[in-house]
Design a protein around this ligand. Structure first.
Ligand code: SF4
Ligand code: SF4
Length: 79
Protein backbone atom coordinates (compact mmCIF):
# COMPACT_ATOMS: atom_id res chain seq x y z
CA UNK A 1 0.00 0.00 0.00
CA UNK A 2 2.88 2.33 0.75
CA UNK A 3 4.15 1.89 -2.81
CA UNK A 4 0.79 2.97 -4.21
CA UNK A 5 0.86 6.07 -2.00
CA UNK A 6 4.36 6.93 -3.13
CA UNK A 7 3.26 6.43 -6.70
CA UNK A 8 0.46 8.95 -6.26
CA UNK A 9 2.86 11.46 -4.74
CA UNK A 10 5.25 10.90 -7.65
CA UNK A 11 2.45 11.52 -10.16
CA UNK A 12 1.42 14.68 -8.33
CA UNK A 13 5.02 15.96 -8.49
CA UNK A 14 5.16 15.28 -12.24
CA UNK A 15 1.82 17.01 -12.83
CA UNK A 16 2.91 19.99 -10.74
CA UNK A 17 6.21 20.23 -12.63
CA UNK A 18 4.45 20.05 -15.99
CA UNK A 19 2.09 22.82 -14.94
CA UNK A 20 5.03 25.01 -13.92
CA UNK A 21 6.78 24.31 -17.24
CA UNK A 22 3.63 25.28 -19.15
CA UNK A 23 3.42 28.49 -17.13
CA UNK A 24 6.98 29.48 -18.08
CA UNK A 25 6.60 28.53 -21.76
CA UNK A 26 4.48 31.55 -22.45
CA UNK A 27 6.26 33.12 -25.39
CA UNK A 28 3.75 34.08 -28.02
CA UNK A 29 3.68 36.20 -31.16
CA UNK A 30 0.95 38.81 -31.45
CA UNK A 31 -0.91 40.08 -34.49
CA UNK A 32 1.62 42.93 -34.63
CA UNK A 33 3.95 40.48 -36.40
CA UNK A 34 4.91 41.82 -39.83
CA UNK A 35 6.10 38.40 -40.98
CA UNK A 36 9.66 39.67 -41.51
CA UNK A 37 11.21 36.37 -40.40
CA UNK A 38 14.04 37.93 -38.37
CA UNK A 39 13.24 35.98 -35.21
CA UNK A 40 13.61 32.61 -36.93
CA UNK A 41 17.38 33.03 -37.28
CA UNK A 42 17.76 33.78 -33.56
CA UNK A 43 15.85 30.76 -32.28
CA UNK A 44 18.32 28.00 -31.44
CA UNK A 45 15.44 25.62 -30.81
CA UNK A 46 13.90 26.10 -34.27
CA UNK A 47 10.60 26.78 -32.51
CA UNK A 48 9.46 29.64 -34.76
CA UNK A 49 7.85 29.13 -38.10
CA UNK A 50 5.91 31.29 -40.48
CA UNK A 51 2.40 31.14 -41.82
CA UNK A 52 0.86 33.24 -44.56
CA UNK A 53 -0.14 35.99 -42.16
CA UNK A 54 2.32 35.84 -39.22
CA UNK A 55 4.97 33.81 -37.45
CA UNK A 56 4.17 31.45 -34.57
CA UNK A 57 6.07 29.79 -31.71
CA UNK A 58 5.71 26.06 -31.12
CA UNK A 59 5.30 25.83 -27.32
CA UNK A 60 6.52 22.23 -27.33
CA UNK A 61 9.85 23.23 -28.91
CA UNK A 62 10.43 26.61 -27.24
CA UNK A 63 13.06 26.44 -24.49
CA UNK A 64 12.06 29.82 -23.08
CA UNK A 65 15.43 31.47 -23.73
CA UNK A 66 13.94 34.85 -24.66
CA UNK A 67 16.39 35.50 -27.51
CA UNK A 68 13.64 36.27 -29.98
CA UNK A 69 12.06 39.09 -27.99
CA UNK A 70 14.70 41.78 -28.47
CA UNK A 71 15.29 41.11 -32.18
CA UNK A 72 11.67 41.63 -33.21
CA UNK A 73 11.38 45.06 -34.86
CA UNK A 74 7.62 45.04 -34.32
CA UNK A 75 7.80 44.16 -30.62
CA UNK A 76 5.38 41.38 -31.39
CA UNK A 77 6.88 38.67 -29.17
CA UNK A 78 5.64 38.47 -25.62
CA UNK A 79 6.98 36.43 -22.70
S1 SF4 B 1 10.78 39.20 -35.85
FE1 SF4 B 1 8.76 39.88 -35.07
S2 SF4 B 1 7.73 40.76 -36.86
FE2 SF4 B 1 9.43 39.51 -37.62
S3 SF4 B 1 8.52 37.47 -38.01
FE3 SF4 B 1 9.36 37.45 -35.94
S4 SF4 B 1 7.60 37.99 -34.64
FE4 SF4 B 1 7.08 38.61 -36.71
S1 SF4 C 1 12.10 32.08 -26.43
FE1 SF4 C 1 13.98 31.17 -27.35
S2 SF4 C 1 13.40 29.05 -27.88
FE2 SF4 C 1 11.48 30.20 -27.53
S3 SF4 C 1 10.86 30.90 -29.55
FE3 SF4 C 1 12.09 32.57 -28.63
S4 SF4 C 1 14.21 32.21 -29.34
FE4 SF4 C 1 13.03 30.31 -29.70
Amino acid sequence: MAKSGNGNVFLQIIQSTNERIEETMAHTISDDCTNCGTCVDYCSASAISGTESKHCIDADMCIDCGSCIDVCPANAINA
